[in-house]
Design a protein. Sequence first.
Length: 484
Amino acid sequence: RNCASFRQSEGEKIVVSAFRKRAGVFAVRFLPREEGEWKYEISLFGQNISGSFCCGPAEEGSHGLVQTQEDHFCYEDGAKYLPFGTTCYAWIYQTRELQDETMETLSTSCFNKIRMLIFPKFMPYNQEEPKLFPFARRADGSWDVNRTEDAFWGNLDNRVAGLGRLGVEADLILFHPYDRWGFSEMCREDCLAYLDYMVARYGAYRNVWWSLANEYEMLTTKTMEDWDAFGERLRDTDPYHHLISVHNILIMYPKRDWMSHVSVQSGDVQRVALWRENYGLPVIDDEFGYEGNIEYDWGNLSAFDFVDRCWTVVARGGFPTHGETFHREDEVLWWSKGGKLYGQSEPRMAYLKKLLYELPGYGKGQFSWYQDPNQDKSDAKKEEDQGNAFARLIARTPEENKGGLISMQPMVLAGDGWKLRYFGRTCPWIMRDQLPEGTRWKAELIDVWEMTRKELAEDLSGEIALKLPAKQGMAVLLTREVLQ
């Protein structure tokens, strides 16, 4: 086997595979995660090379790999990470000038993750023949995964590294169905060899995530056994344990021990609360629809609809992903080819992201079938009886029928010393809540479209009632005041 091993003092030995970097050149890539001296041994085509190097401290702003922690994410060094991603499926297949423009747009945006394909895409607004392919073809026309095309992979190296310098995680989609070149029909043996190559070449990039598939069910030549084999292969061969997910079109992928988080396609954003509860993993709604005006229903949300869904996902304890699909005669749409942004949702996602990063710690979706802070509490016995009756009703309700009740429950994200409640499309004139006695809280009204914050009240405690403007797109932030 062509590989290399790395070890620090008497620590664990880390083994990585060598890969073909370009014609006549093989390489090994290693990501040291501790400072100090590392010793290595390289075995390549029967030749052995050994040596050592010293690893210095991480560069300023580098926090290591993104990891999961219960139902949220964080960087390896413990720094806060909230994924606010975007979608540019085929941007690496565009001209150098358009790729550069995409990078420039990302550099001034709020996005810290990007969903992108490895294989080319054939779909409306994306039907050009690629100039470069990942592999050379065999005599029978199939792809030879052992004969990589240098120019393609060299460009991908540069783009993934460039994303890392911007602080953007590269969510690499390894398989997808929108194909006319045969990549979606590769046999299992070739698929596994391709995955091994991806781990060897990109495992040492700290900003890489593995997305097994976009709409895995649409790849009809692949079975669940195939997908499990692929997920297990990534888990077993990636020594750094990059995040792994599988994106669906209709049927969410069952929970697996190699799955780090849930990547879902669904416009039913209220259900994020259920998925978080059922999977016990972080949930990213990577595709709940795109801001745009194209003819397809998944790509013509108004900016307000899109922003509303972002806030709903967050208030239910999940994380939203952006996409933009405005028709252009040159067919350069951000969702597929990148370039420039033309919509109104990105600044409002930036506003939400900034708000959440300014709050201490992580928020947890406060979802309960029985919670109703607006309920009249004048008759405690009646309330108790009603609550018990409702609890019994819910207990008898099949799981598949509970989803419709979610929207009846308040959308609340709460952290240490703060509560953020979003009202979505509803227009209440008043909000009631119960705050801990002996504490003091401040209430602020947030207009998610206008991006404004206005103080409603301060010195709040116990039962509270806040008057609201009876307008869509309102949120209330309650923050605990420090007592002097």
